[in-house]
Design a protein around this ligand. Structure first.
Ligand code: NIG
Ligand code: FE
Length: 410
C-alpha cells in the first residue's frame, strides 16, 4: 500500500537498539508511521493530528508492539518426523548414540533424499507460515539433509523459492558438512564438500559445519572455512554443543559471523568471540527437548560484550519447535536473562548473527517495518504467562500477515 500507514494508540512499543543497555528502548502511548514497508518514525500518540494525513490508520487499542523475531538458525526444510527417536531418548539413548547408530540426522537424510522438491517446498512453506503466525519475520535456513551435491542443491533451491514466495528475509546456508553420509570416508567427503563450494555461490550466503566428537573435527572446520572465506561465504558453525572440541575458538579466529550452541565453550573461547565480534547463537529449546543440563556461560558472554542471539534450531531431531516466543521465555528462565535482554537477543542479536542488523530486527527508523502486535499491553506477559501465544498479528513490511489455520504438526 502506498502512502503512510499509521499505527496509533500503542501502549508499549519496543525497539531493539544496541546503543542502549540492555539493548531495548521502550516507548509508551505512541504511534508508529510506516512508509513503503519501512519505519518512518515514532511519535507520541497525542501528536497524531488528523487521520486524513494517512492512507490507513490502525487503532492498536493500547496493545504492545515488539520487533518481529529473527530466527537465525533453522533446519526447517526436511521430510519425515523422528518421534520414535524422541521416545528412545526418553528411555535413555543419547542424541549422539542415535546418530552413531545410523539414525538421527541420517534418518532425516534418507527421508529428505526420497522427497521431491515440491514436497519439501510445500512442507517447509507450511512450517514457515506457522512460524510467522507465532511472530518470526526473518529466517536463516540450512541445507544439510541431502549430503550429496544434487540433494543439497535441491534443498537450497527450495530455500530460494521460499524466500520469493513468502516475501520475508531468508538467509541460506550450505551445511553439506552436517554429518558424514553412511558408507562414506570422512576425509574424502569433506574434500568433496570443499570442492563443491563454488557451485553453491549462487545458492547460499553462508557455510556451516557440525564440529563434534565423531562428526567433523576442528581441523576439518579450518580446512572448510579457509576455502569458504576465500569464496566470500559468511561463516557460521555448530560448535562445542555436546563436548568441548575447540570449534568455537577456531571459527571465531577465522572470522565466523556466528558460533552456535556453545554449551561447552570456555572463557577463552568467549574472549576469542569478543575479539572478532562473533555473535553467540543460543538455542535453549534444544537443551529442553534433549533433556540436557549444561548451559552456555551466558553471563560471561554478556560481561565480555559478546552479542547474544536466540534461535529455534527448528529441526525434526533436536528441536521440533516453530516458536520463538517459547525460545525467548526459555532463555529468560534458563539463562537468567531479563525479558529485555532476551528480546534484544531474539531481534537485534539474531539479525546481527546474519549480518543484517542495519536492515531489520530493531524496528528503528529506515528499517523494515516487521513487527508483532501483542495480545497484551505489557510485553513482559509473554515471559510470565509462558506457553501462551501472545502474537495477535504479525506485520511484514507493514502489511498484516494472514495467519494459517493449519495445525502445528506439519
Ligand atoms: O543444530 N547439531 C546438529 N544439528 C542439528 C540437529 C539436526 C538434527 O538432529 O536433525 C542441531 O541441533
Ligand atoms: Fe542446528
Amino acid at each position: 500500500m502506498s502512502g503512510i500507514l499509521c499505527f496509533r494508540n500503542i501502549g508499549q512499543l519496543v525497539q531493539a537498539d544496541a546503543s542502549t543497555q540492555p539493548g531495548i528502548r521502550l516507548r509508551k502511548n505512541c504511534a508508529l508511521l510506516v512508509e513503503e514497508g519501512r519505519v518512518l518514525k515514532i511519535l507520541k500518540d497525542s501528536e497524531i493530528k488528523s487521520s486524513k494525513s494517512y492512507t490507513k490508520v490502525v487503532d492498536c487499542q493500547g496493545q504492545a508492539i515488539v520487533p518481529g523475531f529473527v530466527d537465525c538458525h533453522t533446519h526447517l526444510i526436511y521430510a519425515g518426523e523422528r518421534k520414535d527417536e524422541m521416545v528412545d531418548r526418553m528411555r535413555g539413548a543419547t542424541y549422539m548414540e542415535i546418530l552413531d547408530n545410523g539414525g538421527g540426522i541420517l534418518s532425516t537424510v534418507k527421508a529428505t533424499n526420497r522427497a521431491t522438491e515440491k514436497e519439501l517446498f510445500d512442507a517447509a512453506r507450511k512450517r514457515m507460515k506457522r512460524m510467522m503466525a507465532l511472530g518470526t519475520t526473518a529466517f536463516e535456513i540450512k541445507s544439510g539433509y541431502g549430503l550429496n551435491l544434487n540433494s543439497e542443491m535441491k534443498m537450497l533451491t527450495v530455500g530460494k523459492k521460499l524466500r520469493t514466495t513468502l516475501k520475508v528475509p531468508v538467509t541460506l546456508t550450505y551445511l553439506g558438512a552436517h554429518t558424514v553420509p553412511t558408507g562414506k570416508n570422512q576425509e574424502e567427503y569433506l574434500e568433496a564438500i570443499i570442492e563443491s563450494l563454488p557451485r553453491f555461490r549462487d545458492l547460499a550466503d553462508g557455510v556451516d559445519i557440525f564440529c563434534e566428537k565423531g562428526v567433523f573435527t576442528v581441523a576439518d572446520l579450518r580446512r572448510l572455512f579457509l576455502q569458504a572465506k576465500l569464496l566470500g561465504f559468511d561463516l557460521r558453525a555448530h560448535v562445542d554443543e555436546f563436548s568441548h572440541q575447540g570449534g568455537c575458538m577456531e571459527a571465531a579466529k577465522l572470522g565466523a559471523l556466528s558460533c552456535d550452541h556453545l554449551e561447552y565453550a570456555t572463557p577463552n573461547d568467549i574472549q576469542a568471540m569478543r575479539a572478532t565480534g562473533t555473535t553467540a547463537v543460543l538455542m535453549p529449546g534444544v537443551t529442553l527437548f534433549l533433556g540436557g543440563e549444561k548451559h552456555p556461560l551466558v553471563h560471561s558472554m554478556l560481561d565480555a560484550g559478546v552479542t547474544l542471539a536466540l534461535a529455534t534450531d527448528c529441526n525434526p531431531g533436536s528441536s521440533p519447535t516453530y516458536n520463538m516466543q517459547t525460545v525467548l521465555t526459555l532463555a529468560a528462565s534458563m539463562y537468567r536473562l531479563t525479558p529485555e535482554q532476551a528480546l534484544a537477543a531474539g531481534t537485534y542479536g539474531s539479525a546481527k548473527a546474519l549480518g543484517a542488523e542495519k536492515m531489520y530486527g530493531g524496528l528503528l527508523p529506515k528499517q523494515r517495518a516487521d513487527f508483532n502486535l501483542l495480545k497484551t499491553g505489557d510485553y513482559r506477559d509473554m515471559f510470565y504467562y509462558f506457553g501462551e501465544n501472545f502474537v495477535d498479528a504479525t506485520y511484514v513490511a507493514g502489511k498484516k500477515f494472514k495467519a494459517p489455520k493449519e495445525p502445528a504438526t506439519a
